[in-house]
Design a binder for this molecule. Structure first.
Ligand SMILES: O=P(O)(O)OC[C@H]1O[C@H](OP(=O)(O)OP(=O)(O)O)[C@H](O)[C@@H]1O
Length: 204
């Protein structure tokens, strides 16, 4: 695959990749279809080299640290490696995952419906009832890989605040476009990230 060395935020129209700046690092992302007439530069944390994600975790922790979180909460699936990369740099050994798989042991746990930018059908974010005590009254940093429409983060914040969380940061490796600002409302001011991807568009 031919690599373009264009600066961040330049669109690469031939090789179908996009070079983005994520903190101190440059990452090359595939441009993919996200439904009829919609394309995006796709950041998948499972496709990043371990060393790149580790460095990003250090740098995202450097941003979040000033908010003094007691605990990190993330959303399955692709936010999990980000939470694990960030936590040690904040001196945190515990994190909570809002799960998406329907499980017998979660059938009595609180949940909320969500449809993200990538998904075709609605999913549910579930907060394991056994972890409610870790959330109630805690300063929570919600950490995800990407914030695009903002619907996942907004749903997560709704679920967490209903169970006593004080949200002090909504952090992501990258934001995508600006749609998330309206979805998050006042909580948009809490967003921290290492970079920005172009909006999902018809003509990438
Ligand atoms: O701002 P939004 O439009 O909500 O998009 C962002 C969300 O989309 C992705 O998750 P996805 O729903 O693809 O699930 P996955 O992590 O399980 O792949 C990503 O991990 C975020 O949680």
């Amino acid at each position: 695959m031919r690599r373009s060395r264009s600066p961040p935020d330049r669109r690469c129209d031939v090789d179908r990749t996009y070079l983005a700046r994520m903190g101190s690092q440059e990452i090359e992302l595939p441009i993919v279809d996200l439904g009829p007439g919609k394309q995006a530069a796709l950041l998948m944390t499972i496709d990043l080299p371990v060393s790149v994600l580790a460095q990003a975790g250090r740098e995202l922790a450097d941003l979040v640290r000033e908010r003094k979180p007691d605990i990190i909460v993330t959303a399955a699936t692709l936010g999990i490696p980000v939470a694990i990369a960030v936590a040690p740099h904040l001196g945190l050994d515990e994190y909570v995952v809002l799960q998406k798989s329907r499980k017998w042991h979660l059938r009595d746990s609180p949940s909320v419906e969500v449809t993200s930018v990538t998904t075709i059908d609605a999913q549910r974010l579930t907060l394991d009832a056994r972890r409610l005590a870790s959330i109630d009254g805690a300063r929570v940093a919600f950490i995800d890989d990407v914030i695009s429409t903002g619907r996942s983060a907004a749903a997560a914040l709704d679920l967490l605040t209903r169970h006593g969380a004080q949200i002090v940061s909504v952090a992501a490796l990258m934001t995508e476009g600006d749609e998330w600002r309206s979805a998050l409302g006042e909580s948009a001011d809490l967003v921290q990230s290492l970079g920005r991807l172009p909006a999902v568009t018809e003509d990438f």
